[in-house]
Write a protein that binds this ligand. Structure first.
Ligand SMILES: [Zn+2]
Length: 263
């Protein structure tokens, strides 16, 4: 299985990445994608992907940290993606996406225009380099949808940490995006999200932990970990009609194809 969204450069993983990767592999999670949050961690995520097997990364400017992103950061992102595209031509890049990017109108000091501008430029960069996008969205769904219709992601992408309605998921899928299924579905009370995930086409789903965030049911208060992707898979199996092997096979293939990860 592939954890399509894991902040593996954060604590506690940063203290002993090999240990946490071994735990993940024992659980059957042998690949992961690390999204970045801004200039400050691009080097760390790249280094992890270089040093550890089965680790891939994305470069982006996370809306939660909008206040940190200077105008220069946008130019730097373009330069980094250009450098990665040259490596990709030689099959030596582990950069598989642009992200995480998106809109977060739930944070205290929101500059909506800045966030919209930053997201637009990241959508254009992703299209220019033929990379998928990893999207984050909180309290900004209508604005996100509008922008995605203006600048459709040509190489697709994922709407990460999905916790919306069936209609929203379908709108995202119509735009060529996948739905990131995380720990939310391990909670019985997440009725709307669980019902939506049960009805969507299997080929539209990716699995993710968002570790160390989004703890799965039963582990609240602890940092989440990539090996707990299994708990998300277990919950998904109970919601779906397909057998477990098929769910695992289809989702792993979908994830590998989206990010052009060898499988
Ligand atoms: Zn994230």
């Amino acid at each position: 299985m592939i954890d399509s969204h894991c902040h593996f450069d954060f604590a506690p993983f940063s203290e002993d990445p090999a240990h946490y990767l071994a735990l993940a592999r024992q659980a059957g999670v042998n690949k992961l994608v690390i999204p970045s949050v801004g200039v400050r961690n691009w080097q760390a995520v790249r280094q992890l992907a270089t040093e550890q097997d089965g680790v891939y990364f994305a470069l982006g400017l996370h809306p939660f940290f909008s206040a940190d992103h200077t105008v220069a950061a946008e130019r730097q992102l373009a330069a980094e993606l250009e450098a990665e595209s040259l490596l990709r031509a030689k099959n030596r890049s582990h950069c598989v996406a642009v992200g995480e990017c998106g809109l977060d109108f739930a944070i205290a000091e929101v500059d909506r225009d800045q966030q919209l501008t930053l997201l637009s430029s990241q959508l254009r960069l992703a299209n220019h380099y033929g990379l998928p996008v990893i999207l984050h969205c909180r309290k900004a769904y209508p604005e996100l949808l509008r922008l995605l219709k203006q600048i459709p992601p040509v190489a697709g992408g994922v709407y990460h940490a999905f916790s919306g309605s069936l209609e929203q998921a379908r709108q995202m899928i119509d735009l060529g995006l996948k739905i990131g299924v995380g720990g939310t579905i391990t909670y019985e009370r997440a009725k709307k999200t669980r019902a939506a995930i049960a009805q969507l086409p299997l080929s539209a789903l990716l699995l993710e932990t968002d570790a160390p965030d989004m703890p799965v049911a039963g582990f609240q208060g602890q940092p989440n970990r990539p090996d707990r992707l299994v708990a998300v898979m277990d919950a998904l199996v109970t919601l779906r009609s397909e057998p477990r092997e098929e769910i695992e096979k289809v989702i792993t293939l979908t994830t590998a194809e989206l990010f052009h990860i060898p499988h």
